[in-house]
Design a protein around this ligand. Sequence first.
Ligand code: FMN
Length: 240
Amino acid sequence: MLKDAIKQRHSRRSYLHQPLRDEDVSFLKTRIHEYNQRYGLHMKLVCGHPEIFKGFRNSYGMFHNVENFIMMMGNYRDVYMQEKLGYFGERLVLEAVGRNMGTCWVGGTFAKAALAPYVKEGEQLYCVIAVGYTADKKSMKEVLISRATRRKGKTIEEMSNYTPKCPDWMKSGMEAVQLAPSALFRQPVKFQRENDCVYAEVSHPETHEMLDLGIAMLHFEIGADAGSWTWGNPAVFQKK
Ligand SMILES: Cc1cc2nc3c(=O)[nH]c(=O)nc-3n(C[C@H](O)[C@H](O)[C@H](O)COP(=O)(O)O)c2cc1C
């Protein structure tokens, strides 16, 4: 269940030197194909390309053995492309976690230029998601990097207009948002509830914040149990 995956997920930066099993490749490719077709995205699973993350210049020594990743691309004229990629990319992340794979969204620390041949005309490569098998326990180096990148998170009140008088679904939605990944763990999305609607918005849509918005929207929806979003900034959630 995606709710369990939200609790299990942490960014993983050190991977085992082990190719993805055929059934996991086939699962990810099927999901990617479905989301691409239905929502006009261009996500692509690339397996066995360790050079993209190798060398200090490419990853500042933060990543180890990244051999597989999902490229997050789309039409740059679509103003909501990053929001959609955030939402469906995080769905893939949670589905991969549910199958015991480790993941990490990566916005900058990889050799972007080497991936240019995969990017179609009129599209942009926004980021990648590293994916692979990991040791059950993090190495000391991975623990230190995680601590450095994931400082104390924001409270629900800092991220929304939640008060104890709000319905339970608002609280459980925001608790799921607290566990969402975000670039530099800035947690930039603000949520405002008005009756059965929730507005989610970021202040700097020209940065990675639109990806963070899509990711946080998915977490909120899963935590709140039932409802649906309309793309935008603000995006609008209608509780069912
Ligand atoms: C859009 C986006 C870009 C990210 N880029 C990087 C990156 O370049 N390097 C990195 O080590 N982590 C990156 N992260 C992972 C965040 O640092 C991580 O999600 C955050 O510290 C919270 O930790 P957690 O994912 O373990 O909960 C990125 C996350 C997101 C959502």
